[in-house]
Ligand binder design. Sequence first.
Ligand code: SF4
Length: 308
Amino acid sequence: MIDGNIYIEKLSVKLPVQKEYINIINDISIKFEQNLFIGIIGESGCGKSILGNAIIGNLPPYAKVEGRVKYKNYDILGDVKISKDFYIKEWGIIPQNPSESLISIKSITKQMQDILSVNNIQDKNNDYKNKLLKFFGLNNSTEVLEKYPFELSGGMQQRVLCAMGISQSPKWILADEPTKGLDEHTSKIVYDNLFKIKIEHKYSMLIISHDLSLVRQICDKVAVMYYGQIVEYGDNILNKPLHPYTQAFFGALPENGFQIIKEQNLITESQMGCSFAKYCRHCSNKCIQENPEMYNVGETKVRCFLYA
Ligand code: SF4
């Protein structure tokens, strides 16, 4: 039977940085289960947005890829037969930065219709579009449909993007840093909209975010990324982090007193071993020589020899 889970198998992605190919994603194997809201968190540059793009088959053509992303019997990064429409039908996208994500020279009606047309939904009287916009609190939806993006506030643009994101009734939604750069008021609108999607629809969602408050409120499970790897994945990580990096990451948050992640030993590089070895107070010789796998600790998966 074909399920709707996302299976990532030994995925590595290299991209060119200053004429050299660098590992951005480094040997990730994980299953993201359908019908859940899953947060992917980590510091800037840890690879979370590239992972999101890999999952929806949106890597640049020059990316060097090893491993697979499997979804519904497709090899997402290797199967040339997959059409662009497949992604549009399966995935709704709620992008970061609303003002840059809408097309400035097209009215909201046209932009919404472009997406609906992929599923041959004509919606000539705009009934469906109005319904979607009203769902996200735009009660003056008829007026909004006639407008161009620059005529809408940031909050209204965000609501329009959420409406576009669910307009195909996708199986999965990818929300990439949905609150990044937004003021408090607009962030609150994002929270409310994602929560509305969660309560009233049965979509699965990946939320890539640095916003732990958002993840805490919305997500069923959390994946923590460090240096191109998922180091911990589970449903209680925000309350009980197990991996030494996750513990250090949370300790460095303002609400926990900005505890600095200090170097603990003299390792200059850890190409063979654990990527966190240099900063880890539990580091052993094995950690320097070998790269840990994911180990199960109850329902949580942890990439650390402490749990082997
Ligand atoms: S594998 Fe070793 S170095 Fe890496 S986090 Fe665990 S204890 Fe620390």
